[in-house]
Design a binder for this molecule. Structure first.
Ligand code: PNS
Length: 162
C-alpha cells in the first residue's frame, strides 16, 4: 500500500522552505500531494490558478509529488486521496500553537490520519510567504528565498501594480 501524505497550505507563494519540507517528506512517504486550500479566509496575492501553476513548475523535476487544490475539510480531501498522513512544517516555537490546534482539530474530525511535523533546514526557519510578499512589494531581492519562477512572478505582480 502506497504511503501518501498530504501537504496542505495556502502557498502564497511557495518558498524554498516549503520545498525543503516536501523533500524531507519524500524520505518518509512514497508520495506527497501538495494541496492548495481553496476555502481560506486569507486574502491571497496570487490566484489559486497562479499558485497551482507556480507549484507545478517548481516541483516538475521531483518524482512522486503531485499538486492539487481542494475545497472543504482537509480530512475529507485526505480520505479521498487515500492518504495516511498530513504533513506540515514547523519552523519555530511561534508556529506551534496554530499547528497544534489544527492537528488536534483534524484528529477530532478524523482519527484516520496522523499529522507529521518536519523541521526545515535552519536557514529557512525565518522564511514565510507573507515576509516574501512584503520584501518583493518593497523591491527587495527574493531570489535566496524562492525559486526563480516565483521571483519572476512576484516581480511581475508588483510591477503591474505600479
Ligand atoms: O499555509 P496555511 O495558510 O497555514 O494553511 C492552512 C491550511 C490550508 C492547512 C488550513 O487552513 C486548512 O486545512 N484548511 C482547510 C479547511 C479545514 O479542514 N479546516 C479545519 C482544520 S483546522
Amino acid at each position: 500500500m502506497k504511503r501518501i501524505a498530504i501537504y496542505p497550505g495556502t502557498f502564497d507563494p511557495i518558498t524554498y522552505g516549503h520545498l525543503d519540507i516536501i523533500k524531507r517528506g519524500l524520505t518518509i512517504f512514497d508520495s506527497i500531494t501538495v494541496a492548495i486550500a481553496l476555502d481560506t479566509p486569507k486574502q491571497t496575492l496570487f490566484s489559486v490558478e497562479e499558485r497551482l501553476s507556480l507549484i507545478q513548475k517548481v516541483v516538475r523535476r521531483m518524482k512522486n509529488v503531485e499538486v492539487k487544490t481542494f475545497s472543504g475539510l482537509l480530512v475529507q480531501f485526505a480520505k479521498r486521496q487515500h492518504a495516511c498522513a498530513i504533513l506540515r512544517g514547523l519552523r519555530e516555537v511561534s508556529d506551534f500553537e496554530y499547528e497544534f490546534q489544527m492537528a488536534l482539530m483534524n484528529r477530532r474530525l478524523s482519527k484516520r490520519f496522523e499529522t507529521v511535523f518536519l523541521m526545515p533546514n535552519e536557514k529557512y526557519t525565518f522564511l514565510n510567504s507573507s515576509i516574501i510578499r512584503q520584501v518583493a512589494q518593497l523591491g527587495g531581492d527574493t531570489s535566496d528565498f524562492v525559486p526563480p519562477e516565483v521571483t519572476k512572478a512576484l516581480q511581475y505582480k508588483f510591477q503591474s501594480e505600479k
